[in-house]
Design a protein around this ligand. Structure first.
Ligand code: UDP
Length: 240
């Protein structure tokens, strides 16, 4: 096995749920620190890391209030939830001595820089982690789509999607013990079989821009590093 990482620049998509661990909502400090230390290991390998963070962990706590709300309004609340997660991640990164910047798709200049592509690219080249907050800045989208969009804009070689499951399976492995993990999958297979990789908007953007996706488990220790080293970890979704 080569000791050289398989990628120079990655876009890591962390769902809000990744930060809550086994809690029912919110940000779990120990889990956040473990994820940050794994990101730190990858940065130390010389890989440039951009992160898009979701907001489901916080949004879930306010879901009753959002129910029945105007959809666009609720979506802006969801985007604000991602900003809290981005700030928590940045704080943990600072404690770990990792250089990090947060750029927000919504204007929140007291807490985060606005999204400026050229600046974000420079930070990455300087070895800083760039966390993109507030999704795409538009309602009716998801942070998966933001991950695909920022991945393309940042010229990332791969979008690495952290989930609770160690890849894409033929069926739900919790319900069907015969379900098997796909090692590789084409975009068209993932879309036609409606496999849970990312939402359709994100998948088609990645397919059209030839940006592969790797789905892996953030709860499996060392898995992120193995993905970055090009080892058989998770599921690779690729163009033919
Ligand atoms: N959201 C949005 N536009 C975006 C990204 C996110 O409106 O570009 C809102 C949407 O309401 C979503 C919420 O923010 O439900 C949190 O994002 P997401 O569900 O993608 O977070 P995750 O499930 O990854 O934690």
């Amino acid at each position: 096995m080569s000791a050289v990482p398989a990628y120079k620049r990655i876009l890591l998509k962390l769902s809000g749920e990744a930060l809550m661990g086994d809690d029912s909502y919110g940000i779990n400090r120990a889990v956040t620190e473990r994820i940050v230390s794994e990101i730190g290991e990858v940065v130390r390998l010389g890989v440039q890391v951009a992160v898009v963070v979701g907001g489901g962990n916080i949004f879930r706590g306010i879901a009753p209030a959002a129910a029945g709300m105007d959809r666009a309004n609720a979506d802006y609340m969801g985007m604000l939830a991602t900003v809290m997660n981005a700030m928590a991640l940045q704080d943990a990164m600072k404690r770990f001595g990792l250089g990090c910047r947060v750029q927000s798709a919504l204007n929140l200049e007291q807490v985060a820089e606005p999204f400026i592509r050229g600046k974000a690219l420079r930070y990455l080249e300087d070895g800083k982690v760039v966390i993109f907050a507030a999704g795409t800045g538009n309602p009716f989208f998801t942070t998966d789509t933001a991950a695909a969009l920022r991945g393309v804009e940042m010229d990332a070689e791969v979008v690495i999607k952290a989930t609770k499951v160690d890849g894409v399976y033929t069926d739900d492995p919790k319900l069907n013990s015969a379900a098997t993990r796909y090692q590789k999958l084409s975009f068209d297979e993932a879309i036609n079989r409606n496999l849970k990789v990312m939402d359709a908007t994100a998948l088609t953007l990645c397919r059209d821009q030839n940006l592969p996706i790797i789905v892996f488990s953030i709860f499996k220790h060392g898995a992120l590093q193995r993905v970055v080293m090009g080892q058989d970890e998770g599921t690779l979704v690729h163009c033919n």
